[in-house]
Design a protein around this ligand. Structure first.
Ligand SMILES: [Cu+2]
Length: 120
């Protein structure tokens, strides 16, 4: 009777380890977001990410300079910024976000170019 139980117990352990290995990478992986700057608009590859370290890959698709800013809520502290980007220039900004809403905007044209973003 005991000999029949052992393989079942081993199978349970193997399944548990397999589940842990499958979950571990997504729990630690940083989120990546693609941002496109155009005159009077900002495009984003996703509207929300899990909270934690987030890397924004930014491209200025416009013919004039723009930049990237991210702030807490709609009027809160600016957490990260890029340099001014000329036409077709790119930048990468990495920032740690807690679970709440943020605003992504262009510091040169803040009233024209802004979009909401959320970490969950
Ligand atoms: Cu701008």
């Amino acid at each position: 009777m005991r000999r029949r139980l052992l393989p079942a117990a081993l199978a349970t352990i193997v399944l548990a380890v397999g589940a842990w290995v499958a979950l571990a990478p997504s729990a630690t992986a940083a989120s990546s977001v693609t941002i496109g700057l155009r005159s009077s608009a900002i495009s984003k590859s996703v509207s929300s990410v899990p909270h934690g370290t987030v890397t924004f890959h930014i491209t200025n698709n416009a013919t004039i300079a723009h930049n990237f800013r991210i702030r807490v809520g709609t009027t809160g502290k600016v957490l990260a910024k890029s340099m001014n980007l000329g036409a077709h220039r790119t930048a990468t900004v990495t920032v740690k976000l807690s679970a709440r809403s943020y605003t992504i905007f262009c510091g040169l044209h803040p009233t024209l170019m802004h979009t909401s973003f959320r970490a969950t």
